[in-house]
Design a protein around this ligand. Structure first.
Ligand SMILES: NC(=O)c1ccc[n+]([C@@H]2O[C@H](COP(=O)([O-])OP(=O)(O)OC[C@H]3O[C@@H](n4cnc5c(N)ncnc54)[C@H](OP(=O)(O)O)[C@@H]3O)[C@@H](O)[C@H]2O)c1
Length: 329
């Protein structure tokens, strides 16, 4: 497996990580624990050294599964987790919480569930408008000096927030959505990351499954699947957006690869400090996705993709309004 450094840091990880969320959260019922552990260990065997989880996935369940699966390989893998939501039931009104004391509580819980004494990469999951980012970065700085955390990350933070945080405690990675059907980070975010030497970890790199071609206008999602509430996944939007999938499938078949591999190879081709974290619950898809590190897109391929993207207008918001409101812009 090829490796990459996250920005200018000395944090080296496999060029593709594994997004673990879908094993417990977001896309329907949780995968059976033993099967989930098998999949995570299969990823380690195939060279994946970068695993992404969060306190809120489950909540808690995903960190537990990840912790148990990776315990025997702890010294060989980088575990990233996230804080920033109120995960217990008592405070449902206020969804976000990055108050310093809450960060500390979350970290203690994550360390316990991940069965480790240090979190390699700790992200703030969403920027909390009620807590200055300087206080968050200062708290992480203290946790790093106490040896509980190694590196600091942000998720869906604006360019200005990234700069403010970085001035207090260097940010190693930003994790935000980026893929062939969500390219907003190209405008302001990628230039700031490049300037400051921060790595980029695109989440939902397969467009939550859409870019792979496995979903079409006839696909329906159960209520416990988050995509049932995402405007971009309603039947009308899916039908309109299918044009992109067709273009990708054509290019994939010309190159003898799959659409998922094109989607991942395209992200890897954007910058050498980008490390996507596709998620899957299935071994054959894990293998398919990991093989994308060996798919080289030529300048001609990249031009064809750029041209295809210009001809397609993506329909539908990427989040329902309530979740869109949590994005820091
Ligand atoms: N920071 C944040 O706010 C945030 C938000 C969302 C996600 N994330 C992280 O990013 C990770 C990845 O994002 P994601 O899971 O939302 O989206 P994704 O990786 O773009 O897509 C995952 C979906 O694609 C399907 N899939 C995967 N490989 C496939 C293949 N080769 N062919 C066909 N279908 C395939 C999976 O289904 P199967 O399981 O059936 O294969 C799953 O439904 C998450 O696991 C999580 O760790 C972070």
């Amino acid at each position: 497996m090829k490796k990459r450094f996250l920005g200018n840091s000395n944090l080296e990880v496999s060029a593709l990580g594994l997004g673990c969320m879908g094993l417990s959260h977001g896309y329907g019922p949780a995968t059976d624990k033993h099967q989930a552990i098998e999949l995570l260990r299969a990823a380690v065997e195939r060279g994946v050294t970068f695993f992404d989880t969060a306190e809120v996935y489950g909540p808690f369940l995903n960190e537990e599964v990840v912790g148990e699966a990776l315990k025997p390989f702890r010294d060989r893998v980088v575990i990233a987790t996230k804080f920033g939501f109120n995960c217990s039931n008592e405070n449902k009104q206020q969804l976000l919480n990055s108050r310093p004391e809450h960060i500390r509580e979350a970290v203690e819980g994550s360390l316990r569930r991940l069965k480790t004494d240090v979190i390699d990469l700790l992200y703030q999951h969403r920027v909390d408008p009620d807590v200055p980012i300087e206080d968050v970065a200062g708290t992480i700085k203290d946790l790093i000096s106490e040896g509980k955390v190694k590196y600091f990350g942000l998720s869906e933070a604006s360019a200005q927030t990234i700069r403010r945080a970085h001035a207090i405690q260097p940010v190693t990675a930003l994790q935000s959505e980026y893929s062939l059907w969500w390219r907003e980070p190209e405008d302001e975010i990628l230039p700031v990351l490049e300037e400051l030497g921060i790595g980029f970890v695109p989440f939902s790199p397969l467009g939550k499954g859409f870019l792979t071609g496995a979903i079409n206008a006839n696909t329906t999602f159960n209520d416990d699947d988050f995509r049932s509430k995402v405007p971009r996944f309603n039947a009308e939007a899916l039908e309109a957006n299918e044009q992109l999938v067709t273009l990708l499938a054509d290019l994939a078949s010309q190159k003898g690869v799959t659409s998922a591999q094109i989607a991942l190879a395209w992200l890897l081709a954007q910058k050498p400090w980008i490390v996507p974290i596709p998620g899957t619950t299935k071994l054959h898809r894990l293998e398919e996705n990991l093989n994308a590190v060996d798919v080289t897109l030529t300048d001609n391929d990249l031009q064809k993709i750029a041209h295809a993207l210009e001809t397609v207008k993506i329909v539908g918001e990427r989040y329902p309004a309530a979740l869109q409101a949590l994005i820091n812009r």
